[in-house]
Design a protein around this ligand. Structure first.
Ligand SMILES: [Zn+2]
Ligand SMILES: [Zn+2]
Length: 177
């Protein structure tokens, strides 16, 4: 087990504070990122916080275990969004709906999973979860590994919020995004 995850257990403290620029995916502080200069795949968009501004190509030159997981699917593609497996996961809307329903049932939550204001929210949420499982397997302890900006944007374009408003990355929570 990653000792950092254990270090925060059993509190509900997020793995990194909101102000931290520590990126779990790259296992390093990425500094302040407010421009798109970091992107090498050509598909990233600027996101609200530095740790969301990660390009899929950065995993190629990084040795963290999570980067290696992403690299396995990135292969020779120009962008992780070009991977047929990744695209397939995103396109299968009915499976994402089912995943979302199951997740809700598992947590015994009776909350409404489909938001009338943002009817795709639960599908984006399921896509983030499912892709994280695809890349990294079970993480546990509410640990959250960032998805590259290009991939988050790909999911949002597929299942947009009609208002175009996205809250952004939140550590240890799967609230939307
Ligand atoms: Zn990129
Ligand atoms: Zn990319």
């Amino acid at each position: 087990m990653d000792p950092r995850a254990f270090a925060y257990f059993p509190t509900t403290q997020p793995v990194a504070s909101k102000k931290s620029n520590y990126c779990v995916l790259l296992d390093k502080d990425v500094g302040e990122r407010s421009s798109i200069e970091y992107c090498k795949c050509g598909k990233c968009v600027i996101q609200p916080t530095s740790v969301e501004n990660i390009c899929c190509k950065e995993t190629l030159e990084n040795n963290s275990k999570y980067s290696k997981n992403v690299c396995e699917l990135l292969g020779d593609h120009r962008c992780i969004c070009d991977s047929a497996i990744v695209r397939d996961y995103v396109y299968r809307k009915q499976e994402l709906e089912l995943w979302s329903m199951f997740d809700n049932w598992k947590s015994r939550s009776d909350k409404q999973i489909v938001s009338s204001l943002d009817p795709h929210r639960h599908i984006r949420f399921a896509a983030y979860q499912k892709l994280t499982f695809l890349f990294h397997g079970v993480l546990g302890m509410k640990k959250r590994v960032e998805l590259p900006s290009c991939l988050v944007d790909f999911i949002r374009k597929q299942y947009p919020n009609p208002d175009g408003v996205y809250i952004g990355f939140k550590n240890a929570e799967w609230t939307d995004e």
